[in-house]
Design a protein around this ligand. Structure first.
Ligand code: NAD
Length: 423
């Protein structure tokens, strides 16, 4: 197996590779198979000419990476962010392959991104970028090929534009080309809450294993967007005590616990900065909140938050990774040595892609399920995924993260062996 050169703790592609390599070695994966699964299936770069509102023409760079189509069409979000790089998109695409395999849904992994700063663009400019990006990729995406979804900087509206543009190209309405759409356009009930709900479900499972009670469990959450706010809301409703919250503006820590519905109203209805929440508690930086006293810490914002520089300061018993890649590979050993129970990202945040899968199924059936049905099926996938990961960890004597990779790689490798190599 090839050694990676010049390790860089903050390159998430290298972090993803380090875990993949460690799991592949444990599985004794044969060299050819290792190389097949390590590299993406396809990488596409697109240069998008877009007319800005001021009349000037600009060109935005976008990517789409298909990591694997071994177990089904590939699936993964589209990120609009100024820091998008091909390496980042590659890593996120590979994670999608492993994530879909951990919860055993019939998809491979993909990811896309456009280098842009949505906060500096008008809605009309974002719409033109989205439509041109979709048009450039129209032969590579589709319900049977690659099914995008929202990610950082994109949302239900963006997905509606992708769906409309694709439909115009194929000359019929094709709702199943993207997931995370508005409810009245083929979206699924429960999709908005799905990733946060998945976090709640795996935390419940971890509590049962560790003999802990919700009411005595303090939870710190970094990120108050889709994943973080929904996890906070649902865990608060379930009886957990949410003692730390953060978004890009900063953090608050309050040992008495937050009234999360009031915080939702403050941030989302009143559009006020999270750290200014009246009577909110101690103000901290958005990163510092991760190291406050609690039983569960949920990083649900961005990558590379828990590193070799700060991992020794995590006080939680359980680390539930709502975000993709919040812990660097180099910090894994420190977290292990502290005996922290890790629910790795490819399991913890798989609720989103699971309900995206349900959305794709419902679109193709043209028959839509009750929310309780969606949540029940989500529970099956998350709990089975959790139990399988823990079983692998025990059987192979590895940590939960490497166990999740081993389970995923094993599932993809078995499918690949059955298929064989074409030509
Ligand atoms: P979002 O854009 O809705 O929310 C991001 C949140 O993080 C916001 O509250 C923002 O203020 C905050 N934030 C941004 N930079 C920060 C920083 N440096 N420090 C602290 N907070 C910061 O995004 P999201 O959909 O909630 O996604 C969050 C993470 O979860 C990403 O890693 C994403 O890839 C991952 N994820 C999302 C889903 C999903 O269904 N939305 C599914 C799986 C994984």
């Amino acid at each position: 197996m090839t050694a990676s050169a010049a390790p860089n703790e903050f390159n998430i592609y290298e972090s993803a590779e380090a875990r993949f390599e460690s799991a592949a070695k444990r599985l004794n994966l044969e060299e050819g198979l290792y190389r097949y699964l390590k590299y993406p299936n396809k990488e596409i770069a697109v240069y998008l000419p877009v007319r800005l509102d001021n009349g000037k023409l600009d060109v935005f760079i976008g990517y789409r990476v298909h990591h694997s189509i071994v177990r089904g069409p590939c699936k993964g979000g589209i990120r609009f962010d100024k820091n998008v790089t091909l390496d980042e998109v590659r890593a996120l695409a590979a994670w999608m392959t492993w994530k879909c395999a951990v919860v055993n849904i019939p998809f491979g992994g993909a990811k896309g991104g456009v280098i842009c700063d949505p906060s500096k663009l008008s809605q009309a400019e974002i719409e033109r970028i989205t439509r041109r990006y979709t048009a450039e990729l129209s032969e590579w995406i589709g319900p049977e090929q690659d099914v995008p979804a929202p990610d950082l900087g994109t949302n239900e509206q963006t997905m509606a534009w992708v769906m409309d543009t694709y439909s115009m190209h194929v000359r019929h309405t094709e709702t199943a080309v993207v997931t995370g759409k508005p409810l009245d356009l083929g979206g699924s009930r429960g999709r908005r809450e799905a990733t946060g709900r998945g976090c709640l479900m795996v935390c419940d499972r971890a509590l049962a294993r560790l003999g802990m009670k919700r009411e005595q469990t303090r939870v710190v959450i970094q990120g108050f967007g889709n994943v973080g706010s929904m996890a906070a809301m649902l865990m608060h409703q379930a009886g957990y005590k949410i003692t730390g919250l953060a978004d890009v503006n900063g953090a608050l820590y309050n040992d008495k616990g937050f009234d999360v519905p009031k915080m939702m109203d403050w941030v989302y209805t009143q559009k006020k900065p999270l750290p200014e929440f009246p009577g909110g508690g101690t103000k901290l930086s958005a990163q510092e909140v991760l190291f406050q006293p609690c039983e569960i810490v949920i990083p649900a914002a961005v990558e590379n938050q828990i590193t070799t520089q700060n991992a020794h300061r995590v006080q939680a018993k359980i680390l539930c990774e709502g975000a993709n890649g919040p812990t660097t590979a180099a910090a894994d050993d420190i977290i292990d040595q502290k005996g922290i129970f890790v629910i790795p990202d490819i399991l913890a945040n798989a609720g989103g892609v699971s309900v995206s899968y349900f959305e794709w199924v419902q679109d193709r059936q043209g028959f839509f399920w009750r929310e309780s049905e969606v949540n029940e099926r989500l529970r099956d996938l998350m709990e089975n995924g959790f139990d399988e990961v823990v079983r692998y960890a025990e059987t192979h004597g590895v940590n939960n993260r490497i166990a999740a990779y081993m389970l995923a790689i094993d599932r993809v490798a078995v499918a690949l062996k059955h298929r064989g190599i074409y030509a």
